[in-house]
Ligand binder design. Structure first.
Ligand code: 26V
Length: 813
């Protein structure tokens, strides 16, 4: 570690010479970024080595978080922060005439995720390391992460994300730890010495090569590992090659390596694509093989040792995407390590735990039997056997209850149902916010809850306050520390003492000044990027998240249109000026979501260019919403839009990031919004709309008619008509699908039903904002009561309640 600025500067200059053979003046910004990151990596590597060594020596239980997605964003800034080096390095660099911010901006976001689920995994890694828990990530090293979004003429265009183009300084390839994953072929059961042995023949081997990324804990010596698997092959089709069929030889190589080429960009809508199933088995199998290998080295390789693997290993599956961990661990324990079914089943279940992240019916994963059988024959055999035994147990408890057993079976209607497999094959099932966990127990998984009442629990999500407050909003962090000391950094609950300053005029002025500076920074970005001038004294009203019907960007947009109509009717209407900011990607094949993007951009075009309204409202859709862009947006928001149809958003985590940065939520009683309200109290949040019970009751019993609202409410009627009547400068059927979803398919997400209440809630927001002292008090209380939503709290609940792991303090050497 660097003892002083001087020592750091010397090391930095030296690194520039040894890496690139050049002096500072000759180097580009990218060279400087690489030199600084490489320098840090060396500091980190020492701790990494010590962490691994001491984990082996103490033999403490290890957690492995299996996730198809880790949305890491950039690492330079967060690594510096967690090492406690931000100040020293930024000052040292500035003495050399270098801006740390500019170096950070060189790093390409690691966008290995779609949204909430992937970012949650990244926050958990940060918290596990910072709590000194031996907890690691297992995932896929996608060659192309989440696509880059461009907006052209109001439409989303997708460009490939070539994040590895300039190399990735934070990863370390471990070729010697590669394992083989087998696809296709046939499995024969053969008797050998009184035991049935599975023999897998004619399979296609894919080599899985791990790339390890260090996960640096804050203010401790812990460095954990995120192990990302890449599909490679050393199998080259020489027979084709030697016959002169070069193309065929290369095609074969690429088809094997295709497995880790792309991240599927469709969240909440799984398509039954063979390649995706291949990805799932690929990383699950590789990850488990490597865990078992390591376990055997530390705890012994005899079957009796493996029968107790659950005592030293916890495997958590992030949604059902890694649910093949259940049959794959069974396979390894039985076929490779010689355990019998019952022993293997007992320890498998005790090892694995599962989090559900969505109740949208269309998002529940299921795979056609034919596909599983052909691609993963041994997996299918084991799943089939698990299902047989499970159904027999059900029959014992519920004789003749065919309906119930049909609902709970793992295999049914020609599909393997991954959620059922995950519930049956694990010892813990949790939802991600209180209301979501209750809906799982009472509705979606009611039969499972009756059968396994103790298996279900709740773990409300959280976000790392280090990245989302301390690092993203350094001005706010400084103000907080000046006011209540720095204890909140290690113990975010201490933020609560800010509550005492909620009505302190000097502190309010400080909070306001910080927000203003952050808004100016964002306004500058919007001006430069999009050539839209926004008023920094207007309310920054922000909705950033994936575009999805249930998240109801449409509700927000229709309200903006309504506000515009009112302003047009009365240009002197005394409204509080607002800037409506949107951001988010649509799944590539999601037609409706793409029209919603175009709708927002059309509104922006019309409203921003209409001089008659005197610039009172502006609309900006920021392209390519990503972790880095979120770090610019969250600190600048006044209002946080969390307006999903109640019961549909499992938790939300953006809501927590906004709150930590002092934005006031306008939201429905959905997901973690409910717990945010419980923390801040009704005076510090603006709630509207149907409750989850009301929505679920409509879904079950009917009784909602969107046309009634349309006919009964002139404001609603006007904005709905304006989608199609030529009011907007687009072809008449451009927004037909939005119109259709509201009027022809009875408004599945209750946009029109909630519209009047939402419009009223927006008026409340405006009048609260007018009373600046009241508003600043609300902002302060939101920051003060955000401690509960730090992922440190969430992760320690998982560690105690599910994983049974405890901290290991890593000594320096
Ligand atoms: C499904 C699929 C299907 C195939 C293509 C790729 C893909 C990726 C993700 C998913 C499941 C998405 C589930 C999800 O992201 N849920 C979100 O999880 C957040 C963290 O718990 C939570 O805050 C959000 O409310 C929830 O929507």
């Amino acid at each position: 570690m660097f003892k002083s600025k001087e020592q750091f500067k010397e090391a930095f200059i030296d690194k520039m010479q040894t890496l690139f053979g050049q002096s500072l003046d000759e180097s580009s910004t990218t060279d400087k970024y690489v030199a600084l990151s490489t320098l840090l990596r060396e500091v980190i590597s020492k701790r990494w080595y010590q962490s691994n060594k001491q984990y082996r020596a103490t033999k403490e239980k290890q957690v492995y978080y299996f996730s198809m997605e880790f949305l890491l964003g950039r690492l330079l800034g967060s690594n510096l922060f967690n090492l406690g080096l931000t100040e020293l390095c930024s000052e040292g660099l500035s003495e050399l005439g270098i801006e740390l911010d500019q170096l950070e901006a060189v790093e390409h976001d690691a966008g290995l995720g779609n949204g909430g689920l992937g970012r949650l995994a990244a926050c958990f890694l940060d918290s596990m390391a910072s709590l000194q828990l031996p907890g690691h990530g297992t995932g896929i090293r996608y060659r192309h992460g989440m696509f880059e979004q461009k907006i052209v003429d109001g439409y989303q265009i997708e460009l490939p994300d070539n994040w590895l183009r300039d190399g990735y300084v934070w990863e370390m390839r471990k070729a010697d730890r590669a394992v083989t994953v087998k696809f296709g072929g046939h499995v024969r059961l053969e008797e050998q010495g009184g035991r049935l042995i599975a023999v897998h023949e004619n399979y296609e081997p894919v080599l899985a090569v791990p790339y390890d990324v260090p996960v640096v804990g804050a203010n401790c010596n812990t460095v954990n590992t995120l192990r990302l698997w890449s599909a490679e092959t050393n199998h080259f089709d020489f027979s084709s090659f030697s016959k002169g069929d070069f193309l065929k030889a290369v095609e074969h190589k690429y088809s094997l390596e295709a497995t880790s080429q792309i991240l599927y960009p469709d969240d909440n809508y799984p398509e039954g694509k063979t390649l995706r199933l291949k990805q799932q088995y690929f990383f699950v199998s590789a990850g488990l093989q490597s865990i078992v290998r390591r376990y055997k080295r530390t705890h012994g390789a005899a079957p009796a040792a493996l029968a107790r693997i659950h005592e030293k290993v916890a495997i958590h599956i992030n949604d059902t995407h890694p649910a093949l961990a259940v049959p794959e661990l069974m396979r390894i324990l039985m076929d490779e390590e010689g355990l019998g079914w019952d022993e293997a089943w007992y320890t498998t279940r005790k090892t694995i735990s599962y989090t559900n992240h969505t109740i949208l019916p269309e998002a529940l994963e299921k795979w056609p039997i034919d596909l599983v059988q052909a691609l993963l024959p041994r997996m299918y055999m084991i799943i089939h056997e698990i299902n047989e035994r499970f159904c027999a147990d059900l029959w014992k408890k519920y004789p003749n209850q065919w309906e119930r057993i049909r609902d709970m079976a793992i295999i049914g209607d020609c599909y393997v149902r991954m959620a059922n497999l995950a519930v049956v094959g694990s010892h813990s099932v949790n939802g991600v916010a209180a209301v979501h966990s209750e809906i799982l127990k009472k509705e979606v998984m009611a039969n499972f809850h009756q059968f396994y009442p103790h298996r279900f629990n709740n773990k409300t999500n959280g976000v790392t306050h280090r990245r989302w407050l301390a690092k993203a909003n350094p001005k706010l962090a400084t103000l907080i520390t000046e006011t209540i000391g720095s204890g909140w950094l290690a113990h975010p609950n201490e933020l609560a003492s800010l509550h005492r300053y909620a009505h302190d005029p000097a502190f309010q002025a400080g909070i306001k000044a910080v927000k203003q500076a952050n808004k100016e920074k964002l306004a500058h970005y919007i001006q430069n990027k999009m050539n839209i001038a926004v008023d920094v004294n207007s309310i920054f009203d922000v909705q950033v998240k994936r575009i999805h019907a249930y998240k109801r960007q449409t509700l927000n947009a229709l309200h903006i249109l309504d506000l515009y109509n009112r302003l047009k009717a009365d240009p002197n209407l005394d409204i509080e000026p607002r800037t409506f900011i949107f951001g988010g990607k649509s799944a590539t094949g999601y037609y409706l979501a793409k029209r919603i993007i175009k709708f927002i951009n059309t509104l922006a075009h019309v409203i921003n260019n209409d001089r008659a309204i005197g610039g009172k409202i502006k609309v900006a859709f920021l392209e390519n919403y990503s972790v880095s862009l979120a770090e610019l947006i969250m600190p600048a928001a006044d209002v946080s839009e969390q307006i999903s149809t109640a019961s549909r958003e499992a938790s939300g985590t953006g809501n927590m990031k906004f709150m930590m940065n002092g934005a006031v939520t306008i939201g429905t009683l959905d997901g973690a919004n409910i717990e945010i309200r419980d923390e801040v109290g009704d005076d510090n949040i603006v709630i509207f709309g149907l409750t989850a019970d009301e929505v679920l009751s409509y879904y079950k019993h009917g009784g909602y008619n969107a046309l009634d609202i349309y006919h009964g409410n002139p404001r609603v009627r006007t904005v709905v008509d304006q989608l199609m009547n030529g009011f907007l400068p687009v072809s008449p059927d451009e927004f037909h699908s939005i119109h259709h979803s509201l009027m022809r398919t009875n408004d599945e997400y209750f946009v029109l039903k909630d519209f009047p209440d939402y419009a009223a809630a927006q008026e409340t927001v405006a009048s609260l904002y007018r009373d600046q002292s009241r508003w600043q008090a609300m902002a302060i209380n939101n920051i003060a009561f955000s401690g509960r939503f730090a992922s440190d709290r969430t992760v320690s609940e998982y560690a105690i309640g599910i994983w049974g792991t405890k901290p290991v303090v890593i000594r320096e050497s």
